[in-house]
Structure formats: C-alpha cells, structure tokens
Design a protein around this ligand. Sequence first.
Ligand code: S3P
Length: 172
Amino acid sequence: MGYTSVYDNVVLIGFMGSGKTSVGKILARQLYKDFVDVDTIIEAEEKMSVTEIFETKGEAYFRELEQKCINKLTEKKGQVIATGGGLPIHSSIAEKSLIVYMDADFDVILSRLPKKEREKRPLLEDEVRARALYAERIDTYKELAVFTVDSNQKIPIFIHVIRDFILDQRVL
Ligand code: S3P
C-alpha cells in the first residue's frame, strides 16, 4: 500500500547545542532512515574542522558550503538531516522538507555543553555575542518550523513526540 508523502526529508534545525545531531541519529535509527549531518559532511569534504574553516576561509565561505550541501542532500529523499545552527538563517531549505525546530533555552544549552563542545563552535566563544545571536535567530527558527519540540528536557523524554508526529502524518 503506497501513499504519497508530502515531505521528502526531515530537517532538524535549532541553535548550537540544542541536540540536533543526537536526536537525528536516534530518530533515523527508529524510523529506519539514513542520518546525515551537514557539518560532518562539510568537514569531511574540506578535510578541516568547522573552526579551521572559519579561521582560514571565513564564515561567508562556510555559509556557501552549507547552502551547497543542503541543496545536494535534499535532491534525495528519506533522510533525517541535522543542520548547523546558522544554516536556516543563511540558506534556503527545499520546500518539501519537514522542518523540526529543537527549541531549547539559551541557558539550558550553555549548561549542557561541556567546554570541549563549546570550543568546537567559533560563534559560541563569546557568551554575550552568542546570547545576542540566539535572540536574533529564534523568530526565524519558529517561522520555518512545521513542528516545534521543547528540547529543554532530556532526549528520551521528547524523542517519541517527534517520532509519533512523523509517523502520524506519514510524512516520510
Ligand atoms: C553554527 C553552528 C554550528 C556550525 C558552525 C556555525 C551557527 O553547528 O555549523 O559552528 O552559526 O550556529 P551546530 O549547530 O551543530 O553547533
């Protein structure tokens, strides 16, 4: 029994450290879908970490890579895609994507991220600027989202909410 799906892929968006990669991996496994992570793909293709790309080539270059990467990924179907926090701000995402916003408070995000994880994110280095960036971005995340999940809680508490939404809507 086939059905026509409205969406091609699930795309997770949200601020740095909101849990997109961890949630994406679990969701993909539970839904028998492929998991892909934009930052990881870019790092592999450039053979550099995101921090090194920012340092040597600049943020604008990184944003171009993000747009190219998401364009290429969304040519395919049936994936759970984790994006970097700035991707939906700087790039457009194919219309047939089920965009899920992982909504976590700034202070929760900070308290969750160990120093090592913070150091991987050049835009988190300065806490005052990062807080301002969060405030700037939050409306865009909300506007783009088809579904918003409160990700202030621990992943096992809310993962089924996203999974059930996807299954109920037969979106993939
Ligand atoms: C960024 C988020 C990072 C990474 C880069 C820029 C941003 O990804 O793409 O450091 O602009 O918010 P995560 O959201 O996975 O940390």
